[in-house]
Design a protein around this ligand. Structure first.
Ligand code: NAD
Length: 347
Protein backbone atom coordinates (compact mmCIF):
# COMPACT_ATOMS: atom_id res chain seq x y z
CA UNK A 1 0.00 0.00 0.00
CA UNK A 2 1.14 3.52 -0.84
CA UNK A 3 2.61 5.22 2.24
CA UNK A 4 3.72 8.59 0.95
CA UNK A 5 1.66 11.29 -0.69
CA UNK A 6 3.42 13.16 -3.48
CA UNK A 7 2.62 16.87 -3.28
CA UNK A 8 2.77 19.74 -5.72
CA UNK A 9 2.34 23.41 -4.82
CA UNK A 10 0.55 26.22 -6.66
CA UNK A 11 1.68 29.63 -5.40
CA UNK A 12 5.04 28.60 -3.96
CA UNK A 13 6.39 32.05 -3.08
CA UNK A 14 4.40 33.16 -0.01
CA UNK A 15 3.22 31.20 3.04
CA UNK A 16 4.15 28.02 1.15
CA UNK A 17 7.81 29.04 1.19
CA UNK A 18 7.71 30.64 4.63
CA UNK A 19 5.94 27.87 6.54
CA UNK A 20 4.05 25.08 4.83
CA UNK A 21 6.84 23.64 2.68
CA UNK A 22 9.69 23.82 5.23
CA UNK A 23 7.65 23.03 8.33
CA UNK A 24 4.84 20.92 6.90
CA UNK A 25 5.71 19.02 3.74
CA UNK A 26 9.52 18.61 3.74
CA UNK A 27 9.96 17.16 7.26
CA UNK A 28 6.85 14.94 7.06
CA UNK A 29 7.10 11.16 6.95
CA UNK A 30 3.91 10.85 4.89
CA UNK A 31 4.45 13.70 2.43
CA UNK A 32 6.98 14.27 -0.29
CA UNK A 33 7.28 17.47 -2.30
CA UNK A 34 7.74 16.85 -6.03
CA UNK A 35 6.94 20.03 -7.98
CA UNK A 36 6.35 23.70 -7.29
CA UNK A 37 4.66 26.29 -9.47
CA UNK A 38 4.39 30.05 -9.04
CA UNK A 39 3.33 32.67 -11.56
CA UNK A 40 6.60 34.42 -10.71
CA UNK A 41 9.11 32.07 -12.34
CA UNK A 42 12.12 33.70 -10.64
CA UNK A 43 10.62 33.14 -7.21
CA UNK A 44 9.55 29.63 -8.21
CA UNK A 45 13.08 28.77 -9.32
CA UNK A 46 14.43 30.03 -6.01
CA UNK A 47 11.90 27.97 -4.04
CA UNK A 48 12.69 24.86 -6.10
CA UNK A 49 16.43 25.34 -5.45
CA UNK A 50 15.86 25.98 -1.75
CA UNK A 51 13.96 22.74 -1.25
CA UNK A 52 15.69 20.71 -4.00
CA UNK A 53 12.54 19.92 -5.96
CA UNK A 54 11.50 20.38 -9.59
CA UNK A 55 9.80 23.41 -11.06
CA UNK A 56 6.63 23.00 -13.07
CA UNK A 57 6.45 25.44 -15.96
CA UNK A 58 2.66 25.75 -15.83
CA UNK A 59 -0.34 24.51 -13.88
CA UNK A 60 -1.26 21.97 -16.62
CA UNK A 61 2.34 20.68 -16.50
CA UNK A 62 2.14 20.37 -12.70
CA UNK A 63 -1.17 18.53 -12.95
CA UNK A 64 0.08 16.15 -15.66
CA UNK A 65 2.79 14.89 -13.29
CA UNK A 66 2.31 11.91 -10.98
CA UNK A 67 1.60 13.98 -7.85
CA UNK A 68 -1.31 12.88 -5.65
CA UNK A 69 -2.20 16.20 -4.03
CA UNK A 70 -1.78 19.92 -4.50
CA UNK A 71 -1.34 22.62 -1.88
CA UNK A 72 -2.92 25.82 -3.22
CA UNK A 73 -1.39 28.93 -1.62
CA UNK A 74 -2.09 31.53 -4.29
CA UNK A 75 -3.99 34.78 -3.59
CA UNK A 76 -7.66 34.27 -2.69
CA UNK A 77 -9.09 35.37 -6.05
CA UNK A 78 -7.13 32.56 -7.74
CA UNK A 79 -8.29 29.75 -5.42
CA UNK A 80 -11.46 28.88 -7.35
CA UNK A 81 -9.69 28.47 -10.68
CA UNK A 82 -6.79 26.55 -9.11
CA UNK A 83 -8.90 24.19 -7.01
CA UNK A 84 -11.18 23.34 -9.95
CA UNK A 85 -8.17 22.68 -12.20
CA UNK A 86 -6.73 20.30 -9.60
CA UNK A 87 -10.05 18.49 -9.12
CA UNK A 88 -10.55 18.04 -12.88
CA UNK A 89 -7.06 16.56 -13.08
CA UNK A 90 -8.08 14.12 -10.29
CA UNK A 91 -5.65 15.57 -7.78
CA UNK A 92 -6.65 15.94 -4.14
CA UNK A 93 -6.44 19.58 -3.16
CA UNK A 94 -5.62 21.32 0.10
CA UNK A 95 -6.37 25.03 -0.27
CA UNK A 96 -5.45 27.92 1.96
CA UNK A 97 -8.16 29.89 3.75
CA UNK A 98 -10.47 31.43 2.78
CA UNK A 99 -11.35 28.81 0.19
CA UNK A 100 -12.87 31.38 -2.15
CA UNK A 101 -14.27 34.84 -2.64
CA UNK A 102 -17.93 33.89 -2.24
CA UNK A 103 -20.14 31.20 -0.74
CA UNK A 104 -21.24 30.24 -4.29
CA UNK A 105 -17.62 29.62 -5.34
CA UNK A 106 -16.96 27.46 -2.31
CA UNK A 107 -20.17 25.46 -2.80
CA UNK A 108 -19.06 24.75 -6.37
CA UNK A 109 -15.54 23.83 -5.23
CA UNK A 110 -16.99 21.29 -2.79
CA UNK A 111 -19.41 19.91 -5.38
CA UNK A 112 -16.82 19.56 -8.14
CA UNK A 113 -14.24 17.93 -5.85
CA UNK A 114 -16.90 15.46 -4.73
CA UNK A 115 -17.95 14.77 -8.33
CA UNK A 116 -14.34 14.20 -9.40
CA UNK A 117 -13.74 11.91 -6.41
CA UNK A 118 -10.98 14.01 -4.83
CA UNK A 119 -10.66 15.37 -1.32
CA UNK A 120 -10.83 19.09 -0.59
CA UNK A 121 -9.14 20.48 2.51
CA UNK A 122 -9.02 23.95 4.13
CA UNK A 123 -5.90 25.53 5.65
CA UNK A 124 -7.47 26.55 8.97
CA UNK A 125 -4.50 25.07 10.77
CA UNK A 126 -4.92 26.77 14.15
CA UNK A 127 -7.30 24.01 15.19
CA UNK A 128 -4.24 21.74 15.44
CA UNK A 129 -2.34 23.92 17.95
CA UNK A 130 -1.55 21.64 20.92
CA UNK A 131 -2.75 24.19 23.48
CA UNK A 132 -6.00 24.70 21.57
CA UNK A 133 -6.54 20.94 21.56
CA UNK A 134 -5.77 20.77 25.30
CA UNK A 135 -8.24 23.60 25.94
CA UNK A 136 -10.83 21.82 23.82
CA UNK A 137 -10.42 18.69 25.95
CA UNK A 138 -11.02 20.73 29.13
CA UNK A 139 -14.12 22.27 27.58
CA UNK A 140 -15.42 18.85 26.49
CA UNK A 141 -14.76 17.44 29.97
CA UNK A 142 -16.96 20.21 31.36
CA UNK A 143 -14.15 21.73 33.41
CA UNK A 144 -15.31 25.25 32.53
CA UNK A 145 -18.94 24.44 33.25
CA UNK A 146 -21.35 26.14 30.88
CA UNK A 147 -19.40 28.28 28.40
CA UNK A 148 -20.76 31.82 28.52
CA UNK A 149 -18.27 34.07 26.71
CA UNK A 150 -15.37 33.51 24.31
CA UNK A 151 -13.02 35.94 22.63
CA UNK A 152 -10.39 35.46 19.94
CA UNK A 153 -8.06 38.21 18.73
CA UNK A 154 -5.65 38.27 15.81
CA UNK A 155 -4.24 41.62 14.77
CA UNK A 156 -1.08 43.01 13.22
CA UNK A 157 0.39 46.11 11.59
CA UNK A 158 -0.23 46.03 7.84
CA UNK A 159 0.52 49.38 6.21
CA UNK A 160 -0.44 50.26 2.63
CA UNK A 161 1.69 48.36 0.10
CA UNK A 162 1.29 49.08 -3.60
CA UNK A 163 -0.34 46.14 -5.40
CA UNK A 164 -0.95 44.10 -2.22
CA UNK A 165 -3.86 41.79 -3.02
CA UNK A 166 -4.95 41.64 0.65
CA UNK A 167 -5.67 45.37 0.59
CA UNK A 168 -8.20 45.06 -2.24
CA UNK A 169 -11.41 43.13 -1.48
CA UNK A 170 -11.77 42.21 -5.16
CA UNK A 171 -8.64 40.06 -4.81
CA UNK A 172 -8.70 39.17 -1.12
CA UNK A 173 -12.43 38.93 -0.46
CA UNK A 174 -12.12 41.50 2.34
CA UNK A 175 -9.47 42.76 4.73
CA UNK A 176 -8.54 41.94 8.30
CA UNK A 177 -11.79 40.04 8.90
CA UNK A 178 -11.30 37.57 6.08
CA UNK A 179 -7.56 37.32 6.47
CA UNK A 180 -7.21 36.92 10.22
CA UNK A 181 -10.69 36.98 11.70
CA UNK A 182 -11.47 33.81 9.74
CA UNK A 183 -9.03 31.84 11.93
CA UNK A 184 -10.55 33.33 15.09
CA UNK A 185 -14.15 32.57 14.12
CA UNK A 186 -13.19 29.03 13.15
CA UNK A 187 -11.45 28.47 16.49
CA UNK A 188 -14.42 29.76 18.47
CA UNK A 189 -16.71 27.40 16.56
CA UNK A 190 -14.34 24.58 17.46
CA UNK A 191 -14.76 25.45 21.16
CA UNK A 192 -18.43 26.40 21.21
CA UNK A 193 -20.12 24.63 18.31
CA UNK A 194 -22.24 26.36 15.71
CA UNK A 195 -22.73 30.11 15.53
CA UNK A 196 -26.41 31.07 15.53
CA UNK A 197 -26.18 34.74 14.65
CA UNK A 198 -23.55 37.36 14.03
CA UNK A 199 -23.22 41.11 14.16
CA UNK A 200 -20.21 42.86 12.70
CA UNK A 201 -18.68 46.28 12.31
CA UNK A 202 -15.80 47.04 9.98
CA UNK A 203 -13.86 50.21 9.46
CA UNK A 204 -10.77 51.79 8.00
CA UNK A 205 -9.45 53.23 11.23
CA UNK A 206 -5.91 54.04 10.13
CA UNK A 207 -5.11 52.81 6.62
CA UNK A 208 -6.91 54.09 3.57
CA UNK A 209 -6.80 51.02 1.35
CA UNK A 210 -10.01 49.51 -0.03
CA UNK A 211 -10.17 46.54 2.35
CA UNK A 212 -11.10 47.08 6.01
CA UNK A 213 -8.26 47.46 8.50
CA UNK A 214 -10.57 46.94 11.51
CA UNK A 215 -13.19 44.30 12.23
CA UNK A 216 -15.21 43.48 15.31
CA UNK A 217 -17.59 40.51 15.30
CA UNK A 218 -20.13 39.59 17.97
CA UNK A 219 -21.58 36.12 17.87
CA UNK A 220 -24.19 34.04 19.63
CA UNK A 221 -23.72 30.29 19.55
CA UNK A 222 -26.38 27.60 19.51
CA UNK A 223 -25.15 26.42 22.93
CA UNK A 224 -26.03 29.79 24.46
CA UNK A 225 -22.49 31.19 24.65
CA UNK A 226 -21.66 34.60 23.23
CA UNK A 227 -18.39 35.62 21.68
CA UNK A 228 -16.36 38.31 20.05
CA UNK A 229 -13.60 38.36 17.46
CA UNK A 230 -11.36 41.35 16.94
CA UNK A 231 -9.02 41.50 13.95
CA UNK A 232 -7.17 44.67 13.04
CA UNK A 233 -4.52 45.50 10.46
CA UNK A 234 -3.69 48.73 12.31
CA UNK A 235 -2.32 47.64 15.69
CA UNK A 236 1.46 47.22 15.98
CA UNK A 237 2.50 43.56 16.06
CA UNK A 238 3.98 43.70 19.52
CA UNK A 239 0.93 45.45 20.94
CA UNK A 240 -1.53 42.75 19.95
CA UNK A 241 -1.01 39.67 22.10
CA UNK A 242 -3.57 37.67 20.13
CA UNK A 243 -5.63 36.68 23.12
CA UNK A 244 -7.86 33.67 23.38
CA UNK A 245 -10.30 33.82 26.29
CA UNK A 246 -12.83 31.14 27.17
CA UNK A 247 -15.10 31.81 30.15
CA UNK A 248 -17.55 29.39 31.74
CA UNK A 249 -19.65 29.05 34.88
CA UNK A 250 -16.87 27.04 36.57
CA UNK A 251 -13.73 28.67 35.29
CA UNK A 252 -11.80 30.12 32.42
CA UNK A 253 -8.91 29.51 30.05
CA UNK A 254 -6.86 32.56 29.15
CA UNK A 255 -4.19 32.39 26.46
CA UNK A 256 -1.73 34.86 25.04
CA UNK A 257 -0.04 34.29 21.70
CA UNK A 258 -1.38 30.82 20.89
CA UNK A 259 -3.36 32.31 18.00
CA UNK A 260 -0.93 32.91 15.14
CA UNK A 261 1.61 30.99 13.10
CA UNK A 262 3.77 29.58 15.91
CA UNK A 263 3.21 26.50 18.01
CA UNK A 264 3.90 28.21 21.36
CA UNK A 265 2.09 30.72 23.61
CA UNK A 266 0.98 31.02 27.22
CA UNK A 267 -2.22 29.38 28.37
CA UNK A 268 -3.58 29.30 31.91
CA UNK A 269 -6.71 27.57 33.15
CA UNK A 270 -8.58 28.80 36.23
CA UNK A 271 -10.75 25.89 37.25
CA UNK A 272 -12.97 26.57 40.23
CA UNK A 273 -15.27 23.58 40.07
CA UNK A 274 -18.42 24.05 42.13
CA UNK A 275 -16.65 26.26 44.66
CA UNK A 276 -17.82 29.64 43.39
CA UNK A 277 -19.63 31.57 46.07
CA UNK A 278 -21.14 35.02 46.07
CA UNK A 279 -18.63 37.48 47.46
CA UNK A 280 -20.17 40.88 48.07
CA UNK A 281 -16.74 42.50 48.34
CA UNK A 282 -15.69 41.00 45.00
CA UNK A 283 -12.37 39.84 46.44
CA UNK A 284 -10.23 37.70 44.13
CA UNK A 285 -8.07 34.83 45.32
CA UNK A 286 -4.39 34.79 44.47
CA UNK A 287 -4.85 31.55 42.53
CA UNK A 288 -2.34 31.63 39.68
CA UNK A 289 -4.15 28.97 37.69
CA UNK A 290 -2.81 25.90 35.97
CA UNK A 291 -0.39 26.30 33.08
CA UNK A 292 -1.55 24.37 30.01
CA UNK A 293 1.69 23.31 28.39
CA UNK A 294 1.37 20.24 26.18
CA UNK A 295 4.16 19.22 23.81
CA UNK A 296 3.99 21.70 20.89
CA UNK A 297 2.63 20.51 17.57
CA UNK A 298 3.70 22.22 14.36
CA UNK A 299 0.37 23.27 12.85
CA UNK A 300 1.61 23.27 9.25
CA UNK A 301 2.91 19.74 9.56
CA UNK A 302 -0.26 18.68 11.34
CA UNK A 303 -2.54 19.97 8.56
CA UNK A 304 -0.44 18.41 5.80
CA UNK A 305 -0.10 15.07 7.59
CA UNK A 306 -3.77 14.89 8.52
CA UNK A 307 -4.77 15.53 4.91
CA UNK A 308 -2.18 13.02 3.64
CA UNK A 309 -3.49 10.38 6.05
CA UNK A 310 -7.05 11.11 4.90
CA UNK A 311 -5.97 10.33 1.30
CA UNK A 312 -4.15 7.17 2.37
CA UNK A 313 -7.07 6.00 4.48
CA UNK A 314 -9.70 7.03 1.94
CA UNK A 315 -11.65 9.15 4.42
CA UNK A 316 -12.67 12.79 4.82
CA UNK A 317 -9.98 15.04 6.30
CA UNK A 318 -10.68 16.81 9.61
CA UNK A 319 -10.30 20.24 7.99
CA UNK A 320 -12.40 19.38 4.97
CA UNK A 321 -14.03 21.57 2.35
CA UNK A 322 -17.19 21.83 4.44
CA UNK A 323 -15.29 23.55 7.24
CA UNK A 324 -14.10 25.99 4.58
CA UNK A 325 -17.68 26.44 3.38
CA UNK A 326 -18.90 27.05 6.93
CA UNK A 327 -16.19 29.67 7.41
CA UNK A 328 -17.13 31.35 4.12
CA UNK A 329 -20.81 31.49 5.10
CA UNK A 330 -20.05 33.09 8.47
CA UNK A 331 -17.72 35.63 6.85
CA UNK A 332 -20.42 36.49 4.29
CA UNK A 333 -22.93 36.96 7.13
CA UNK A 334 -20.45 39.23 8.93
CA UNK A 335 -20.05 41.45 5.86
CA UNK A 336 -23.82 41.52 5.39
CA UNK A 337 -24.19 42.66 9.00
CA UNK A 338 -21.53 45.32 8.54
CA UNK A 339 -23.26 46.55 5.38
CA UNK A 340 -26.80 46.60 6.74
CA UNK A 341 -26.20 47.31 10.42
CA UNK A 342 -28.31 44.27 11.28
CA UNK A 343 -27.75 41.10 13.24
CA UNK A 344 -27.72 38.22 10.73
CA UNK A 345 -29.39 34.97 11.68
CA UNK A 346 -27.19 32.20 10.49
CA UNK A 347 -28.48 29.00 8.82
N1 NAD B 1 -2.66 29.70 7.34
C1 NAD B 1 -1.73 30.63 7.43
O1 NAD B 1 -0.96 30.68 8.37
C2 NAD B 1 -1.61 31.61 6.31
C3 NAD B 1 -0.67 32.63 6.40
C4 NAD B 1 -0.52 33.49 5.32
C5 NAD B 1 -1.33 33.34 4.21
N2 NAD B 1 -2.29 32.37 4.19
C6 NAD B 1 -3.15 32.21 3.02
O2 NAD B 1 -2.35 31.73 1.94
C7 NAD B 1 -2.78 32.30 0.72
C8 NAD B 1 -1.61 33.06 0.10
O3 NAD B 1 -1.20 34.08 0.99
P1 NAD B 1 0.35 34.55 1.02
O4 NAD B 1 0.52 35.34 2.23
O5 NAD B 1 1.22 33.39 0.80
O6 NAD B 1 0.35 35.49 -0.27
P2 NAD B 1 1.64 35.96 -1.07
O7 NAD B 1 1.17 37.05 -1.96
O8 NAD B 1 2.76 36.21 -0.12
O9 NAD B 1 2.05 34.68 -1.94
C9 NAD B 1 1.22 34.19 -2.96
C10 NAD B 1 2.09 33.58 -4.05
O10 NAD B 1 1.20 33.18 -5.10
C11 NAD B 1 1.79 33.57 -6.34
N3 NAD B 1 0.74 33.73 -7.33
C12 NAD B 1 -0.03 34.82 -7.59
N4 NAD B 1 -0.87 34.56 -8.60
C13 NAD B 1 -0.64 33.29 -8.98
C14 NAD B 1 -1.19 32.46 -9.98
N5 NAD B 1 -2.18 32.88 -10.79
N6 NAD B 1 -0.71 31.21 -10.10
C15 NAD B 1 0.28 30.76 -9.29
N7 NAD B 1 0.85 31.51 -8.34
C16 NAD B 1 0.38 32.76 -8.16
C17 NAD B 1 2.54 34.85 -6.03
O11 NAD B 1 3.56 35.09 -7.01
C18 NAD B 1 3.10 34.55 -4.66
O12 NAD B 1 4.36 33.93 -4.73
C19 NAD B 1 -3.98 33.16 1.08
O13 NAD B 1 -5.15 32.42 0.91
C20 NAD B 1 -3.78 33.50 2.54
O14 NAD B 1 -4.97 33.77 3.23
C21 NAD B 1 -2.43 31.51 5.21
Amino acid sequence: MKKIIKWGVIGSGGIARRRTIPEGIVPSQVADLSFVFDIDSTVNEAVANEFKVSTAKSIPALLESDIDAVYVASPVDKHFEHVIACAKAKKHVFCEKPLGLTVEQVEKMNAICKHEGVLLGTGLMMRFHAQHQAALNLVKEGKLGKIVYVRAQLSCWYPPIKGAWRQDPVAGGGGSLVDMGSHCIDLLEMFCGKVKHVGCMINNSVHDYKAEDSALVTMAFENGAMGTVDSYFCIPDNSSKNMLELYGSKGSILAKGTIGQVDTGEMIAYLEGDNSKYNAKQERSSDNGIEINPKPVNMYMAEIEEFSHAILENRQPINDGLIGLRSQKILAACYESARTGRIINFD
